[in-house]
Design a protein around this ligand. Structure first.
Ligand SMILES: [Zn+2]
Length: 135
């Protein structure tokens, strides 16, 4: 239904990335940028905890309930997260995720892979496997 719009959006994104990526066109630069940007996503989440404090992490061992249907499992397993992102931290994290997506798209461009096809294929796999694909 809305997939053609998503298709255009994703291909457009990939084209813009291709046009903007002038300096770090080497596959080696792109691979290291993926690593760095992914680390920056994690850093921005951690900073929301340690510097801002709008969210807290309440980490402890979680017991996987044996006799429960997969349907109810998501309600039982905790994110171990308390609070909600403030607008500033949300903006920072969104910016870092965007940068990480940029370099993923750049990798796709370099290898001649369609980001849209990747997302579509992953979604189809998840739909086919259902609860067997839980990660
Ligand atoms: Zn915050």
């Amino acid at each position: 239904m809305g997939s053609s719009i998503n298709d255009i959006l994703m291909e457009d994104f990939q084209n813009v990335v291709s046009e903007l990526l002038m300096r770090n066109r080497s596959i080696l630069d792109i691979l290291t940028k993926i690593q760095t940007s992914s680390g920056r996503v994690n850093r921005s989440v951690v900073k929301a905890v340690t510097h801002c404090g709008c969210i807290e992490i309440d980490g402890k061992k979680q017991v996987f309930p044996g006799e429960v249907s997969m349907k109810h499992l998501s309600g039982l397993m905790s994110t171990q997260l308390k609070g909600e992102l403030c607008p500033e931290c949300r903006q920072t994290i969104e910016k870092e995720i965007g940068a990480a997506l940029f370099y993923i798209a750049a990798l796709c461009n370099t290898l001649g892979i369609s980001l849209y096809d990747v997302v579509l294929s992953e979604k189809e796999t998840l739909g086919t496997l259902g609860s067997y694909s839980l990660r």
